[in-house]
Design a protein around this ligand. Structure first.
Ligand SMILES: NC(=O)c1ccc[n+]([C@@H]2O[C@H](COP(=O)([O-])OP(=O)(O)OC[C@H]3O[C@@H](n4cnc5c(N)ncnc54)[C@H](OP(=O)(O)O)[C@@H]3O)[C@@H](O)[C@H]2O)c1
Length: 286
């Protein structure tokens, strides 16, 4: 039975622990806050490691679901030697961080695969992720069983880890910014007395139908369980604009959306589902 270490037991990492264990992998999980690793491991019949080093020693592969650049870099820095370890990074990070971590871990003997994902914790549990994969050919081949356990589709982004993260950020840049604009459109129409159903009807049959049918009710609903935290949506837009700035592009629209999500996170909604951006916008951004 292949042994895999899951690094990070947040919403995505804990779902990955469950999925990989259910697919027959021997799973060991490490998390900065140990109690969350224990919870995830308990549900899945996995083992908890007390340190990153312990998690990856004797594992054939490690898969990281960590919050951001800082989290990924600080976890990677705790890996001393990693000869033969297949390291799969499924966190959403900047292209620069991906490249630095790839170089660092390859220098320690790991086979590095950048593998950011589209889809939330439920998609992880059901093996329905879309994975955008970059790395050396033989590393991608070694990573295949772990990625296939989580994904229904794999997009090959070549060898450069920066390209995989640029593609991931390009997806979230469009989705998350769209939710901010959709929230503004809903709030404006409703403030003029338009019912939500009429707005949905207006979007029907147009290019906006899929977005509206998937998100109008979620945005308007008074409660929604958190599957993707507002704070991380703000982080993704911030990373997308920084990736644009690093190539001389201004990205003013992405910047405006990033500020809206950042303000929403600072207004006490940081840990709430990213669809709560509508609350923030509908009550006037305060
Ligand atoms: N949720 C989604 O729908 C979704 C979809 C696609 C991609 N992603 C990406 O996947 C990654 C994980 O997302 P998530 O939803 O699972 O987030 P989450 O629930 O907030 O979990 C974040 C994880 O990162 C760890 N972490 C944060 N800062 C750290 C640090 N400085 N050092 C070590 N560990 C640190 C947390 O540990 P603690 O428990 O100790 O805080 C936790 O395990 C993110 O990059 C996110 O953008 C998420």
């Amino acid at each position: 039975m292949a042994r895999v270490a899951v690094l990070g037991a947040g919403l995505m990492g804990s779902a990955a622990v469950e999925r990989l264990a259910s697919q027959g992998f021997e799973v060991v999980v490490w998390n900065r806050t140990r109690s969350k690793a224990e919870e995830a491991a308990g549900r899945a019949g996995a083992r908890v490691a007390g340190s990153v080093e312990e998690a990856v020693s004797n594992a054939e592969a490690a898969i990281a679901f960590l919050a951001d650049d800082e989290a990924l870099m600080s976890v990677a820095a705790r890996i001393g030697r990693a000869d033969g370890l297949v390291f799969i990074d499924s966190s959403t990070v900047t292209p620069e961080a991906a490249s630095r971590v790839a170089e660092y871990l390859e220098g320690r003997g790991a086979c590095y695969v950048e593998a950011p994902v589209l889809g939330g914790p439920n998609a992880v549990r059901e093996g329905r992720l879309v994975v955008i994969e970059a790395g050396r050919g033989h590393c991608k081949r070694l990573a295949r069983p772990y990625i296939e356990a989580l994904a229904e589709r794999v997009v090959d982004a070549g060898e450069d880890p920066r390209v995989a993260q640029a593609l991931k950020l390009a997806f979230n840049q469009l989705l998350i910014s769209s939710l901010a604009v959709l929230s503004e459109a809903m709030a404006m129409a409703q403030a003029h007395g338009a019912p939500l159903e009429a707005l949905e009807e207006v979007y029907r049959g147009t290019v906006f139908e899929a977005l509206a049918s998937k998100y109008l009710k979620r945005l308007a609903s008074p409660e929604w369980p958190t599957s993707f935290r507002i704070e991380l949506a703000a982080k993704d837009l911030d990373y997308a604009r920084r990736a644009a700035w690093s190539r001389g592009l201004a990205a003013p629209v992405t910047s405006a959306a990033a500020e809206a999500f950042k303000l929403a996170a600072h207004s006490g909604l940081a840990g709430r589902d990213y669809s709560r951006i509508y609350w923030f916008i509908a009550r006037g951004g305060v």
